[in-house]
Design a protein around this ligand. Structure first.
Ligand code: NDP
Ligand SMILES: CC[C@](O)(C(C)=O)C(=O)O
Ligand code: MG
Ligand code: MG
Length: 344
């Protein structure tokens, strides 16, 4: 079945402009949604816990910040953009007690609904506008008149108006400039977790690290290995983004293209696909979600260990030194501090 695609002309911005919107969380997605909604003429307040580190950032942008409970109480469209493992408690403590029939509860990812950690009451609309890109790029693209594609889904249509509201919201954050695809919470959650684990984050990071390690273990200079295995990834991926894998193959040398055909399948062979299917099964049957939530409920010891180990990988120190010599390679995000992978 062909995907149903939607663009700006398919949505009515005035619908979300007529709502009082609470954005809960002001991190990667939260800041992007709140600022772009505000710039689209929507009445937004940000809900953050007392003592939140994000409060000064939101206030510096002129946004009104209240507690999550107050934000929900005064709004009729609540967007849950706190980290996934924090959402269950946020829902129980601040959202559920302040929801009334006719409210809309929006998510940026389907994790908590798909795995049953949040069960909204029957009288509210439950929908999702999930950008297919990091929040900082969602905001950057919006500000430059472009957009990041979104997946849109309605899980529960209590009012009969959930779909046009979802489309209106997607338009307000710039998603329909690039295109919205209609999906379900299940499809979005499973494909998003699969993509980030096997290709975009887990797979790509491990591939880059393995290439870098192989070269330095064989005595090549770390700086050469960094340029070859990490820096150039962006330049190659830019071509794929513009014209698919075919355009990348058009631009690289015949030597590289031939080597791609000969050696690519030696690295990413059938066993990789079999393990990708294992990962997908762990996502679908809830094994991954249960492990993540159990670790978070215990204070995140496994997560902290992973972060510490990854920050110590020698590719990070090599990259930090080299990037200082390339004045044009700079972070667009003032709150990103080199050497701290975590957004804390
Ligand atoms: N990151 C991304 O690009 C993408 C994320 N998503 C989805 O968007 C949602 C948000 O993810 P992301 O933007 O990464 O989240 P972040 O980790 O960036 O969220 C951090 C923000 O949430 C606040 N926060 C933490 N706990 C609470 C709480 N209990 N109540 C209210 N606010 C809280 C933090 O406040 P403080 O500063 O005080 O800690 C901070 O403002 C998730 O569902 C995620 O899967 C979807 C697509 C891409
Ligand atoms: C690829 C990671 C992502 O799914 C995203 C930016 O789309 C996320 O959860 O952050
Ligand atoms: Mg994603
Ligand atoms: Mg994700």
């Amino acid at each position: 079945m062909a995907a149903e695609l939607f663009y700006d002309d398919d949505a009515d911005l005035s619908i979300v402009q007529g709502r009082n919107v609470a954005v809960l969380g002001y991190g990667s997605q939260g800041h992007a949604h709140a600022l772009s909604l505000r710039d689209s003429g929507v009445d937004v307040r940000v809900g953050l816990l007392e003592g939140s580190k994000s409060r000064p950032k939101a206030e510096a942008e002129g946004l009104r910040v209240v507690t999550p409970a107050e934000a929900v109480e005064e709004s009729d469209l609540i967007v849950v953009l706190a980290p996934d493992p924090a959402q269950r408690r946020l829902y129980a403590e601040a959202i559920e007690p302040n929801l009334v029939d006719g409210d809309a509860l929006f998510f940026g990812h389907g994790f908590n609904i798909r795995f049953g950690y949040i069960k909204p009451p029957a009288g509210v609309d439950v929908a999702m506008v999930a950008p297919k890109g990091p929040g900082h790029l969602v905001r950057r693209e919006f500000s430059e008149g472009r957009g990041v594609p979104v997946l849109v889904a309605v899980e529960q249509d209590a009012t009969g108006n959930a779909w046009p509201l979802t489309m209106s919201y997607a338009k307000a954050i710039g998603g329909l400039r690039a295109g919205g695809i209609k999906t379900t919470f299940t499809e979005e959650t499973e494909t998003d977790l699969f993509g980030e684990q096997t290709v975009l984050c887990g797979g790509l990071s491990a591939l880059i690290q393995a290439g870098f390690e192989t070269l330095i273990e064989e005595g090549y200079q770390p700086e050469v290995a960094y340029f070859e295995c990490l820096h150039e990834v962006k330049l190659i991926v830019d071509l794929m983004y513009e014209g698919g894998i075919a355009k990348q193959r058009w631009s690289v040398s015949d030597t590289a293209e031939y080597g791609d055909y000969v050696s690519g399948p030696r690295i990413i062979d059938a066993s990789v696909k079999a393990r990708m299917k294992d990962v997908l099964n762990d996502i679908k049957d809830g094994t991954f979600a249960a492990r993540f939530i159990a670790d978070q409920d215990a204070g995140g010891p496994e997560f902290a260990k992973f972060r510490e180990e990854s920050e110590k990988h020698p590719i990070e120190a090599t990259g930090r030194d080299l990037r200082k010599l390339m004045s044009w390679v700079k972070s667009h995000d003032d709150d990103y501090v080199e050497g701290t992978a975590a957004r804390r």
